[in-house]
Design a protein around this ligand. Structure first.
Ligand code: C2E
Ligand code: CA
Ligand code: CA
Ligand code: CA
Length: 279
């Protein structure tokens, strides 16, 4: 047995392969990461296609590990989900993002929306709504300035319960968006019943819009569908001028992607606002 953290013992079995060892290593390190302040949020601007101005940002989690370096979420979110650690981590994300949004307001940048990703585990917590209410109260952020990003997979198990929860969240005054739209299951049937505000078109559809007629057709249809339902549409993963022009031509409301900016640290994000960076 090897002592890894104050309360954590990990047993390495000789037959365990490298991948399993890596998982164990990351899992036990994850347990300590919050206490040790190793998480940071980066912020990626969301830009309005009509005005060209930054209208919001998505908070994206990063783990600054002392030995592993900057660990991207793809390497630990799944494990955090499985172990349930995503619940306290997610609460930290929510609070930190709201504090940052409030700080930007206080610095004179009002009217921005802060988008925060919610995981399935968080969504299944009975105290989710009260946690969010408490964070809004504590930070003094107007609820309308917070947007929660949900994925279709959250509703796989119990659609009725999911809809109920959405209405409760909605009643806090926050905005709700469906992330990775088009990659999940029952994409269309539930849209009527869900009190959502935004569809985020998944990057995989945006990728080839300039060259693939099918992807282009899907994106055009999703924009029309969203608008017919009174929803805003954000396209994510926009990397090129061609993609941008296509989305603009078809009336997409906002874009997010490397074309405008990668996710950046809080300071760099505020600098972008200060500089009045425009599309
Ligand atoms: P997502 O919610 O779909 O976030 C968008 C991802 O696309 C981010 O990756 C972002 O950096 C990346 N991206 C943005 N623009 C472009 C682009 O133009 N091209 C390409 N190739 N990629 C782009 P990131 O930050 O690595 O996050 C990956 C995923 O991890 C997120 O996907 C989300 O599912 C999850 N995640 C990140 N932060 C959190 C969090 O705080 N809580 C939860 N539950 N999940 C999170
Ligand atoms: Ca997201
Ligand atoms: Ca997404
Ligand atoms: Ca995604």
């Amino acid at each position: 047995a090897k002592k890894l953290g104050r309360n954590t013992f990990q047993f390495y079995q000789p037959e365990m392969n490298d991948e399993a060892q890596e998982r164990l290593r990351i899992e036990s390190a994850l347990r300590n990461a919050l206490e040790r302040n190793e998480f940071v949020l980066h912020y990626q601007p969301q830009v309005d296609l009509e005005s060209g101005a930054i209208v919001g940002m998505e908070a994206l989690l990063r783990w600054q590990h002392p030995e592993l370096g900057m660990v991207p979420p793809a390497r630990f979110i799944g494990l955090a989900e499985e172990t349930g650690l995503i619940v306290p981590i997610g609460a930290w994300v929510l609070r930190t993002a709201c504090l940052q949004a409030r700080a930007l307001q206080d610095a004179g940048f009002s009217g921005l929306r802060m988008a925060v990703n919610l995981s399935a585990r968080q969504f299944a917590q009975p105290e989710l709504v009260s946690t969010i209410a408490a964070v809004l109260e504590e930070t003094g952020l107007p609820p309308a300035a917070l947007e929660l990003e949900l994925t279709e997979s959250l509703f796989m198990h119990d659609v009725a319960q999911g809809v109920h929860l959405l209405h409760e969240l909605k009643s806090l005054g926050v905005a709700l968006s469906i992330d990775d739209f088009g990659t999940g299951y029952s994409s269309l049937s539930y849209l009527r019943n869900f009190p959502i505000d935004v569809l985020k078109i998944d990057r995989s559809f945006v990728n080839d819009i300039a060259t693939d007629a099918d992807d282009a057709a899907i994106v055009v249809s999703v924009i029309a569908l969203a608008h017919n339902l009174g929803l805003r549409v954000i396209a994510e993963g926009v990397e090129s001028e061609e993609q941008l022009e296509f989305l603009r031509r078809h009336g997409c409301n906002e874009i997010q992607g490397y074309y405008f900016s990668r996710p950046v640290e809080a300071g760099a994000f505020q600098q972008m606002l200060q500089d009045g960076k425009q599309l």
